[in-house]
Ligand binder design. Sequence first.
Ligand SMILES: NC(=O)c1ccc[n+]([C@@H]2O[C@H](COP(=O)([O-])OP(=O)(O)OC[C@H]3O[C@@H](n4cnc5c(N)ncnc54)[C@H](OP(=O)(O)O)[C@@H]3O)[C@@H](O)[C@H]2O)c1
Length: 265
Amino acid sequence: MKAKKFEGKVVWITGASGGIGEALAVKLSSLGATLILSARRMSELERVKLRCNAERTYLFPLDLGEENSILTTSQAVIAQFPSIDYLFNNGGISQRSEAISTPISVDRRIFEVNFFGNIMLSKQVLPAMIRAGSGHIIVTSSLVGKWGFYLRSAYSASKHALHGYYESLRMEVEQQGISVTLVLPGFTATEISKNALDHTGSSTGAMDANQAGGLTPEFVAEKIIEGVLNKKFEISIGKKEALGLVVKRFFPSYFEKLLRKWSAR
Ligand SMILES: NC(=O)c1ccc[n+]([C@@H]2O[C@H](COP(=O)([O-])OP(=O)(O)OC[C@H]3O[C@@H](n4cnc5c(N)ncnc54)[C@H](OP(=O)(O)O)[C@@H]3O)[C@@H](O)[C@H]2O)c1
């Protein structure tokens, strides 16, 4: 890995209080990055900081579902770090409820966090990136950003929306030195299913077998960093589920049959 690439670089990671974001923070810290870590739970951010180089790690708690929180936090971050080299827009929330029983308020909540909060943060950092003539925005989507899946109607839709948005943004800013990478993890062994919202808007608290048997967040973080260094447009990471991208493209009807055999949890 071209480790030196991150020395002296300012890297902002959302969703850094656990899972993939935590693994990214630990790895990027070991590669010399100065870290800005964000999520809602300050106590968990403090824990992650202890796993990083504390002298180069700064905590800025943030709620991606609250416009004011995004504005005030990003203003504070930009005041301290006028130029951000990498924004890992990784924070997100999943869903485990059928579309028919999910009230629109829960659908909207998922979109606020996964889509509007995400793009709003990019809008805050982009002007400085454009002035600097460089910068890289990395967005954690999902394989279900490419296809729908049981119990994840709004989640899958919010991830699909990220693709449309960031593919358009990339075309608009690439000539100004800005890179945009979409990351599509498959099942990863994090707390995502426990934190997922059910039809009442509460966390399920349940670890799904798919997640329990998934890739480690450390492996996923390594693959993300490799792809980012190579300025990939898209990075897909998964076990057999990642093959779905190829199967869907070349054998779409067969893929639809296959997908229906996968366990929802
Ligand atoms: N694990 C998988 O199987 C999988 C697969 C595909 C894609 N992904 C994506 O990977 C990303 C990271 O998820 P993960 O697997 O690491 O799950 P996780 O362990 O649940 O981590 C989610 C992170 O997002 C943060 N977050 C959630 N809601 C937030 C809010 N309103 N404001 C700010 N931060 C918020 C959480 O922090 P706080 O709770 O402290 O706010 C936490 O740091 C997500 O975008 C997820 O959709 C995961």
